[in-house]
Write a protein that binds this ligand. Structure first.
Ligand code: NDP
Ligand code: OXD
Length: 306
């Protein structure tokens, strides 16, 4: 079996060694244009040439959960696209979102400013009931985040394409229920995939439907957010602040207003990192299953776009 590795922005050697160790019978190598045909590819934002030259690939394993970059390419019809299915990401995402939420609702930034200035002063505790948390996307990551937030006894709402039942979460689904979901939300967490239906979904119209003084946590994709709409709503006070992990252009350009905005916290697309050993174990397990003719989780539905 041949496995080709083609991941931009990733140091290849540890992946090649890890895949080779887990699949000793296979020939695992870094992709080069003109290579012999492979059975499987492990990819992140590969060039179109990979698929043009390897139309026989049985599957391409994306080493991330989001497949928007892959779906911009022409993938051969018989090649399954398989995304990472958690592989250690959901717990990281739950940590990030709970951190952002609690930092905001417990006013830890203000406490830090006070104590750095030598002030021992208290703020009136805010009521959790006044901070209903709405999660856009109740998939692998969104469902885990919803459960983690519910543990802290915040009211939790969630929105997905298909109806869901998650204990402790008021679930909404479909375009027709989006407005009711937004109207019940003060802290909005975005965990949707980027598709033609969800691009620009965080805009003046949707953000204006949240409770006044809302807070945004965007951990999905930069192209979900209309950046100038967020800036305008921070000016009016409709939005109290935001913690943003993903951006239209990454790295965030040096002159971007988000860097210095007093009510925006920026992190460098790090909310849920791809963990190499967990990812290799998952990919190798799926290769074995596919070789046995069994179905695997995380196969991308090309029509839905995720
Ligand atoms: P999933 O595919 O498991 O979940 C996607 C969720 O979004 C599902 O609940 C789905 O609904 C819902 N959804 C999709 N389209 C619509 C729509 N049009 N209307 C309503 N709901 C919709 O993805 P993951 O949870 O694994 O990942 C989510 C995203 O997080 C990734 O696509 C990626 O962009 C981002 N991500 C960011 C990372 C970071 O470090 N910042 C790391 C990892 C992922 P349904 O359940 O009905 O299908
Ligand atoms: C992912 C990501 O999609 O890292 O996994 O953003």
């Amino acid at each position: 079996m041949r496995i080709t590795f083609c991941c931009t922005d990733t140091k290849p050697e540890p992946w090649l060694q890890g895949l080779q160790a887990a699949l000793p019978q296979a020939d695992v190598s870094l992709w080069h244009s003109g290579d012999a045909p492979a059975d499987y590819a492990v990819v992140w934002a590969p060039p179109q040439t990979l698929f043009d030259q390897q139309p026989q690939l049985k599957a391409a394993f994306n080493i991330g959960a989001g497949v928007d970059a892959l779906l911009a390419l022409q993938v051969p019809p018989q090649t399954k696209l398989v995304r990472l299915d958690d592989a250690g990401m959901s717990v990281q995402m739950a940590e990030y979102v709970c951190h952002a939420l609690i930092r905001h609702t417990r006013e830890f930034d203000a406490y830090e400013a006070d104590t750095r200035a030598g002030n021992w002063s208290f703020r009136k505790p805010l009521a959790r009931a006044d901070f209903p948390v709405g999660i856009l996307g109740l998939g692998v990551l969104g469902a885990r985040v919803a459960q983690a937030v519910a543990q802290f006894e915040f009211p939790v709402l969630g929105w997905s394409r298909s109806p869901k039942h998650i204990a402790g979460v008021q679930c909404f689904s479909g375009a027709q229920e989006l407005d009711r979901f937004l109207a019940g939300t003060r802290v909005l967490v975005n965990l949707l995939p980027l598709t033609p239906e969800t691009e620009n979904i965080l805009n003046r119209h949707t953000l204006s439907q949240l409770h006044s003084g809302a807070y945004l946590i965007n951990v999905a994709r930069g192209r979900h957010l209309v950046e100038e709409d967020l800036l305008a709503l921070l000016e009016t006070g409709q939005m109290a602040g935001a913690m943003l992990d993903v951006f239209r252009t990454e790295p965030l350009p040096a002159d971007h207003p988000f860097w210095t905005h007093p009510r925006i916290t920026v992190t460098p697309h790090t909310s849920a990192r791809t963990l190499r050993s967990e990812s290799i174990a998952q990919i190798v397990g799926k290769i074995h299953a596919l070789e046995r003719g069994e179905p695997v989780a995380g196969v991308v539905d090309l029509v839905r776009g995720y």
